[in-house]
Ligand binder design. Structure first.
Ligand code: S3P
Length: 429
């Protein structure tokens, strides 16, 4: 149980958030399958990234901590060995889906499992393309649910059109495609985050992005080791962006945040709602755009968040629904049914919890309708074990009468250890 006090003054200060979770997973994967010694800086200590680290250790990759860097001794694809035990992906969908792509090409059997939430999440979306490439993937009761048993090897390239935009599925196919015979093409209905494409190229992979939404990769490529500095996670920064945006007069700076345009929908939406967000010290790290973000709290107004925003904003809807609850007027979210298949059903979870906070919120099949109010009611809230729901509710708590209590709040450690301390720091200063 975590108590969040109501704050009666603007938020102030400067902070840094943990390394980007998506980029962190890919850094561990690419350094593990490359030839040679790489170092990774600013890898998040969150449980999800640690699951990927442990998975590759289980597959025989040597890793050690060298000062602040994680040092990875890659021995190429053939350096991966049968793990001799079930690989536990914990709560991490990215670990399970991307690892499926890696293991689809390895000539041994592996079992991937996860916690109760991950065991409910749809895996058929990776099983289908990997099976078409020649891998055998068995799922629980044949229902496309974990645990998955993967018998890999002898893959052939395919041309695959994703029914739903997904960076995880796209990445799994690219990772399998790198080990396949011939060319693999993945096409998406909407461009999802492109960290895999950026990092693959940084590791020496020849890969083409055609017409924005297609990725073309040839099999049989060898990757060379390189160092990676992981930028700060915009999805983690988003909780502070909304916290400051919603409290009049706030002025916060978040240093070193990854601002890849395939991820930055939250900045666009908050600006449309009236928030002042400035990007300064713009630079590039590991081929990714990075900036310091300065956010000024202003009166927010409700907006329409349409289907065109989904891929670029997917993980930020829980906290954007809190911004909507504190904005003047109505906000509608639509075309976002994918939210039902995340760490929890985020449409159901946020509608229920916003109602407990006294907000008029309507649940829709593919989104929500939210009527804003200037102050929320104090309440006892549930995170449903979902880290992003827990953090979104904590942000809501700052603007609630007398504060809130959130149960099952330890799940914030999945992506953002130290979140509550940082939030307290900027609320108190
Ligand atoms: C991720 C992609 C997104 C996102 C998830 C991380 C990734 O999922 O929701 O938190 O690292 O590729 P989908 O690509 O399945 O939508």
């Amino acid at each position: 149980m975590k108590k969040i006090k109501e704050v009666k003054r603007p938020l102030r200060g400067e902070l840094a958030v943990p390394g980007d979770k998506s980029i962190g997973h890919r850094a561990v994967i690419f350094t593990s399958i490359a030839y040679g010694r790489s170092r990774i800086w600013n890898l998040s200590g969150g449980e999800d990234n640690l699951r990927t680290v442990q998975a590759f250790k289980d597959l025989g990759v040597k890793m050690s901590q060298e000062g602040e860097a994680l040092c990875v001794e890659g021995k190429g694809w053939d350096g991966l060995c049968p793990p001799g035990k079930v690989i536990d992906c914990g709560n991490s969908g990215t670990t399970m889906r991307l690892l499926s792509g890696v293991l689809a090409g390895r000539p041994f059997v592996t079992t991937l499992d996860g916690d109760a939430s991950l065991r409910q999440r749809p895996m058929q979306r990776v099983i289908d393309p990997l099976a078409r490439m020649g891998a055998q993937v068995l799922s629980r009761n044949g229902k496309g649910l974990a645990p998955l048993e993967i018998r890999g090897g002898n893959l052939r390239g395919i041309h695959y059109i994703l029914p739903i935009a997904s960076a995880q599925v796209k990445s799994a196919i690219v990772l399998a495609g790198l080990q396949a015979e011939g060319v693999t093409v993945v096409e998406e209905p909407q461009k999802s985050r492109d960290h895999t494409e950026i990092m693959a190229q940084a590791f020496g992979v020849k890969l083409k992005v055609e017409g924005e939404r297609s990725v073309v990769v040839e099999g049989g490529q060898r990757l060379s080791a390189r160092d990676v500095r992981v930028p700060g996670d915009l999805s983690s920064a988003a909780f502070f962006l909304v916290a400051a945006a919603a409290i009049l007069g706030s002025d916060l700076v978040i240093r070193g945040v990854g601002c890849n345009p395939t991820r930055s929908g939250v900045i666009d939406v908050l600006r449309r709602m009236g928030a002042g967000i400035e990007m300064t010290r713009q630079r590039e790290e590991a081929g990714e755009p990075v900036a310091d973000l300065r956010i000024i709290g202003k009166k927010l107004r409700g907006v329409e968040i349409g289907p065109e925003m989904v891929a670029r904003t997917i993980d930020e809807y829980p906290v954007l629904s809190v911004a909507a609850a504190l904005a003047e007027g109505v906000t509608t979210i639509c075309g976002a049914k994918e939210l039902r298949f995340k760490e929890s059903d985020r449409i159901a979870a946020m509608t229920r919890e916003l109602r407990s906070l006294g907000v008029q919120a309507e649940e829709r099949e593919d989104g929500m309708k939210i009527e804003g109010r200037s102050r929320l009611q104090g309440a006892q809230l549930s995170s449903y074990g979902d880290h992003r729901v827990a953090m979104a509710l904590a942000v809501a708590g700052l603007s609630s009468e007398g504060g809130v209590e959130i149960d099952d709040s330890a799940c914030v450690d999945i992506s953002f250890p130290g979140f509550f301390d940082l939030l307290e720091g900027v609320s108190a200063s």
